[in-house]
Design a binder for this molecule. Sequence first.
Ligand code: PEP
Ligand code: MG
Length: 923
Amino acid sequence: MTSKRYIHAFEEGDGKNKMLLGGKGANLCEMTQIGLNVPPGFVITTEACLDYLEKDRLPDGLMQGVLAAMKEVEKKSGKLFGDAKNPLLVSVRSGSAMSMPGMMDTILNLGLNNSTIKGLIAQTGNERFAHDALRRFIQLFGKIALGIADEHFDAAMTAMKRQVGAAQDVDLSAENLADLANQFAAIVQKHTGKPFPEDPYEQLEIAIAAVFRSWNGKRAIDYRKQFRITPAMANGTAVNIVTMVFGNMGDDSGTGVGFTRNPGTGENIIYGEYLVNAQGEDVVAGIRTPKPVAEMEQEMPEIYRQLIELRNRLESHYQEVQDFEFTIERGRLYCLQTRNGKMNARALVRTSVEMVKEELIDKKRALLRVDPVMLEQLLVPQLAPDFYGKPLATGLPASPGAASGRIVFDADTAEARGKAGEKIILVREETKPEDIHGFFQAQGILTSRGGKTSHAAVVARGMGKPCVSGCEAIVINDQARSAVIGETTLHEGDVITIDGSTGRVYAGEVPTVEATFSAEMETLLKWADEVARLKVMANADTPDDAARARAFGAMGIGLCRTERMFNSTDRLPIVQEMILAETTEERQAALDRLLTIQRADFKGIFKAMKGLPVTVRLLDPPMHEFLPTAAQLELEIAHLHHMRDSIKALEELPETLKLLNPRLYQQYADGLNKLSMGMKEFKDNHLEEDVIHKKEKILKKVRALSEVNPMLGHRGVRLGITYPEIYSMQIQAILEAAALCAREGLVVYPEIMVPQVATVEELKRIHGYVQRLHKVVELTHGINVGVKFGSMLEVVRACLRSGRMAEDAEFFSFGTNDLTQATFSFSREDAENKFLPSYIETGILQDNPFEVLDLKGVGELMKLAVTEGRKTRPDLKVGICGEHGGHPASIHFCHEIGLTYVSCSGPRVPIARLAAAQAQLRK
Ligand code: PEP
Ligand code: MG
C-alpha cells in the first residue's frame, strides 16, 4: 500500500475536501459527522481513481482496504455482505468535485446473487421486488461493468412480455422476473465467456474499477468540455460505497426528494415529493405519482417531524438551501444525499434577504451567494419558462430581454407604425445612427450583421431594449420587404419574437413574463452599496434613459454619448446643414440652432440626475454617419433624372404621331398631361434645382468625407480640433445648461469628456476651449459652475501617455470597446461573428474580449494608465464606460486595479452594484 490514504469512512472523511472525496462523498461524510442519519458507508478517493486510470489496474492494497471498510459497514448496519439471511447490499456511486449529473456511472443493489436474494425477500417480504432488483442489478452491472449492450437485455425483456402477454414491465410477475434474472445471467455468460460473478467482493472490485473508468467515458469528457471543467476544478471521480436502504418495506417506508425552501419562489417552506412503500426507481419511472411533502404531515406525522428536523439541521449546518434525497426504511428516515439547491433568481434574492433576517447567514454571505448575472432574469422581460419552441435562427445575445412584434425593415416605417400603436421589431442588416428614431418606437432590434458592441447592440442596451445582432442566417431584402431564414420567408408585418438573452429568433408571438424589481432586490442591493468601494454609473443619452438608470440605482451618468441627440428626425436636418455649410456663417447659423437644442437636452439630463455627476462626451462619430450613404444618394438622383428625362422626351413627341396614329397620340398626350402637371409643380417650386441639386451637393460631400477606415479616421477629438466650432457649441451648451440648473437651485455636477484622444496636445487644446467658455458662461450667467474635465482612454497611445494626460485631465474613463479593438486590431463590428467563435472553440482565446475584459493585454494597459495617471494626480478619478463595465468578472478587475467607478447600461446597473460588492468582499 502506498502512503496515500485511499479510503475514508463517512465518520472520518474531511467534508470540506471535495477535490479528494468528490462533492457527494464529502457531503455524506459531513452529514454523518453532524449526526444526521446517513446509511453507513465510505469513500474511495479521486486519487485512487487517477492512479487506477494511470496504471489501468486498481492500486495495490486498495481491495484489502475495501474489505476492512466493509467489515466496519457490516458492524454499523448490522447486516452481512453476501449473507443469505441478512444480506448487506450496497450502492457504488460516482461523484467528482464538480456536479456532473448522470455523466458517470452508479450501480445499485450490489451484493445480490442467487443466495442473498433469499435474504432480501425475507427482509422486504416482497418477492417480486427482490427478483426485479436482481434482474435490474445484472443488467446494470452487465452494461456498466462488463460492457454488454442494453439491447441484449431489452430483447429478452420484450420476448418475456410477449410470451406472458404483459403490456408493461409492471405486469410481470415475480416468477417472470426470476426467470428473466436467469436469462440475464445467461446473456452475461454468453458475452463474457464467464458466469455472472456471484461473489459480492468480486462484484465490488469490478464495479469500483468500472465507476473509475466512467470518468473517462465519452459522456463525461463531452460534459467537461462543454462546461469548461478543468482538472483544477475536478480531477477524477471518487467512489461512494453506501449501504442500501429500502423504502419499499411496507407502509412505514417510503422515498422522496426535497428542497429546504421552495426553489421557484424562495418561500421558507419545505418543498418536495414522496411515495410511500416505494423505491427511487418508482419515482423516476413515473409509475406512481408522488405526493407533495405537505401531505406527509397527515399521513406519517412522526416521519414528517423527522423530515422537518432534517431540513432544519441541513440548513443551519450548510447555511444554504439544500436539495436532498431521503428514504424511510421501517419508520426511520435516512438522508442519502444533499447538495446546494439550484434556484431561479427570484428565489435566490428572496432567500438571501430572508436568511439574513432569520439570522441564519450574515449580509456578506447573502451578497456572495447570488450570481450577479442571474439578476438579469429579474430586470428584463423573459420568455415564458415553460416555452420550448424551436428557434428559426440564432444570432448573438446582444441586449437581454424578450420581445415580440411585427417586422419592419426601416426606421421610418418603424417610427410610423410604432407611433400608430403597433408593436414592431426593427429588422436591419445593420443599424446606423440615423436609425435612432426607429429604435425609440421598436420593441426590439434584430440585425443580420455586427457584434455585441455594434451600434445596434450598444444603443439597444442603453435603452434597455432586447437586441439580437449578427444573426447571419437571416438574409434581408430591403427592396422586396422580406427576409429569408432557411426555408422560411418572412414579410414586413409578420410577427416574430426575439430573445436578446439567448440570441434566438422565433416565428410568431411567444408569451413573455415581465421584469420584477422586488422589495427584496432593493434590500439586497442596498446592502451591496454599503459594502462596495466602486461606484456604479450608467451609460445614458436621454433624460428618460437617465431617469430609468437612476431608478436602477445608478450613482451618476458615466457616459452620455451626445451624437445620439443629433440623430432624431427633427435634428438630423440641422446637423446636415452644419456639415454641408459652405461658409462659416452658414455653419454658425446651424450651430446656433443646435446649441439651443443641446442645452435643453443637457438640462433635462442634469435635472434627472440632480445631485449626481453626469459625464458628457463630446461628439465622437465621423461626420458621414449623419449623412445618407453614397449608394442611396446615387439611386435617388438617378431616379429624379429619369423622371425629368421622361417628361422631356414626351414633350418632344413628334407631331407626326398625331397624324399617323391619333389614338396612340391621345394616350401619350394624356400621360404627358399628368406628368407635366407633376413636373409643373416640380418646376414651379424649384424642386428640380432644390431636390436634385441638394442631393448632388450632399453626394459630393459624402464622397469628400468618405474614408477607407472611418473608425480610425476623422472622428472624436480630431473633429473637435478641425471644427472647433462644433466642440465649442457642445461645451457652451453643457455649461449653460449647468448654469441654468444652478440658478433654479439644482445641484449639478457636469463633467466634460473628450473621445479618441491620442496625444497630450489634443487634450490641451480642448481643455483650452473649456477653460475659455467656462469663464464666459460664468460671467454671462452670473453664477459659478463647477465642471470637471477629463479624457476617454480608448487609444493605446493615450494609455501609454497617461502620466502627461493627467496634467489636464481630472478624470479618465476607459473606453474598452475601442481599446479592445485597438489592442487586438480586431474590428469590433466584424470579429464577433466571423472568426472569434472559432478562436474560442479552438482555444486560441478563452473568451470573447469584447465581452470579457482581456486582462493580459487591455488589462495591462489599464493598470499602467491608472498607475502613471495617479503619479501625476493622486486623486485622479478613473472609470470604465465600455461594455465591460457591466460584466462581473471585469468589474472585479476594475476593483482590483483601483478604479473609482464602472459605468454600464441602465439594466445592468443592479448587476454591477452586486458585482462591485462581491469584488470588495472577495478581496
Ligand atoms: C468605448 O469605446 O468603449 C466607448 C465607450 O465608446 P463607443 O462605444 O461609443 O465607441
Ligand atoms: Mg469609443
